[in-house]
Write a protein that binds this ligand. Structure first.
Ligand code: 0O2
Length: 268
């Protein structure tokens, strides 16, 4: 067998993994800073262990010198989402990057087409350019997108697969299939909570915008109204803000806008 300088060969794969982790974490951060629900909960990445590369090459009858061309998951990224719906959103975000900083070369939907083992995940194989001292190199990477529940199941099953050297006993296989269905039921139930969460986030956003408008309108009124009137507005605003009733805040803002218009007509 040809002697490989594995460390040097795997370096670009490591670079791809590191860059992709940074990029997906930045997307997560952007959602958080904007006060929005992030479809990305967690990002992980790894370069496949040399023993696993050789093992997979043997299993598929691929000469080791061809593995870098033929194996798609030497660079692997895993994106964990809270909810099943978030997976679609992440897939959409990745597809949007096509032609910019990555190409999608294959998609496998193991959520709709659950594997016999019970495995669920959405897989995307991408081609990602990295820039080395020798120039551009396009690296294939596998992105696995799954929920926390799917990840919990896959992690346990993967360990058992390892323990039994790929031959999990039938009885255990069946129990794992039952667990996979239970995990999926949990995901389905969680979807209803997701809607509640998004609704709550929307209300908070509406309230924040409204409060900003009210403060702005009160500020404008300082140019026209008497001090006593302004104290009255401020007092009323504090009361309504504490009451946290969005409808009443809307009505108060409407009155402030009418008032501003009336004062302007009077003074212009
Ligand atoms: P590792 O150790 O996670 O890297 P195959 O030829 O069927 O073995 P292939 O064609 O590369 O695999 O593609 P596939 O089926 O899409 O699987 C790619 C990866 O998905 C696997 O990589 C696993 O990470 C994950 N996966 C697929 N099926 C299962 C499953 O039943 N259980 C778990 N836990 N993970 C699964 P590797 O190289 O097999 O393993």
């Amino acid at each position: 067998m040809e002697i490989f300088n594995w460390k040097e060969i795997l370096l670009p794969y490591e670079q791809a993994v590191n860059e992709l982790i940074v990029k997906f974490n930045s997307i997560k951060q952007e959602y958080k800073i904007k006060g929005m629900h992030s479809p990305i909960e967690q990002v992980e990445g790894r370069v496949k262990a040399i023993s696993s590369i050789i093992g997979k090459a043997n299993k598929r009858n691929i000469p080791v010198e061809d593995v870098f061309e033929k194996l798609e998951d030497i660079s692997g990224i895993r994106i964990i989402c809270r909810f099943v719906e978030d997976i679609k959103k992440v897939v959409f975000i990745i597809r949007e990057r096509v032609g910019k900083d990555m190409e999608v070369i294959q998609e496998e939907d193991y959520i709709t087409n659950t594997k016999e083992s019970g495995y669920r995940s959405y897989h995307l194989t991408i081609k990602y350019p990295i820039f080395t001292v020798d120039g551009r190199k396009d690296i294939k990477a596998e992105i696995q997108i799954r929920t926390l529940a799917m990840n919990f199941w896959a992690t346990i099953e993967h360990s058992l697969r390892y323990k039994y050297n790929g031959n999990i006993p039938d009885e255990l296989k069946e129990r794992l299939q039952v667990c996979a269905e239970a995990a999926f039921m949990l995901d389905t139930e969680m979807t209803t909570i997701r809607d509640e969460l998004l609704e709550a986030q929307k209300i908070v956003q509406i309230k924040n915008n409204l409060v900003n408008e009210i403060i702005n309108n009160i500020h404008n009124l300082y140019f026209y109204a008497k001090v006593e009137k302004m104290n009255e507005f401020n007092q009323k605003f504090i009361e309504l803000y504490q009451e946290s009733n969005v409808d009443k805040l809307f009505e108060f803002n409407r009155q402030l806008e009418i008032m501003t218009r009336l004062y302007k007509v009077k003074y212009v």
